[in-house]
Design a protein. Sequence first.
Length: 119
Amino acid sequence: MGSLQIVLKKALANDGLARGIREAVKALERRKARLVVLAEDCDKEDYQRLIEALAASTGTPLVHVPERAALGDWAGLTRVKKSGEVKKAISSSVVAVTSYGEESEALHFVLEYIKKNKN
């Protein structure tokens, strides 16, 4: 999960994230998504099925994470005060990576994880 967090932060810095169901579906339909991250605690079962079906039909790798609150934080949706306190925590059920940004060891680890679990 730590490597995935780093990959998402680097993609965010490179403007390569589609956050939320609407943006993720657009990225998948346009075949721009290179990786999709879906929260297991998503409260809408229809969203989960839609994302899983679109990812399967486009051949986009899908990674599950346990909590949408953590996914929202990793995707840069949490607002932090100057003092370091969390001002507003926004969760996200799905995030699509459209551009990884710079290559890193974490990216290679995540890609290897996807290859191992694909087979």
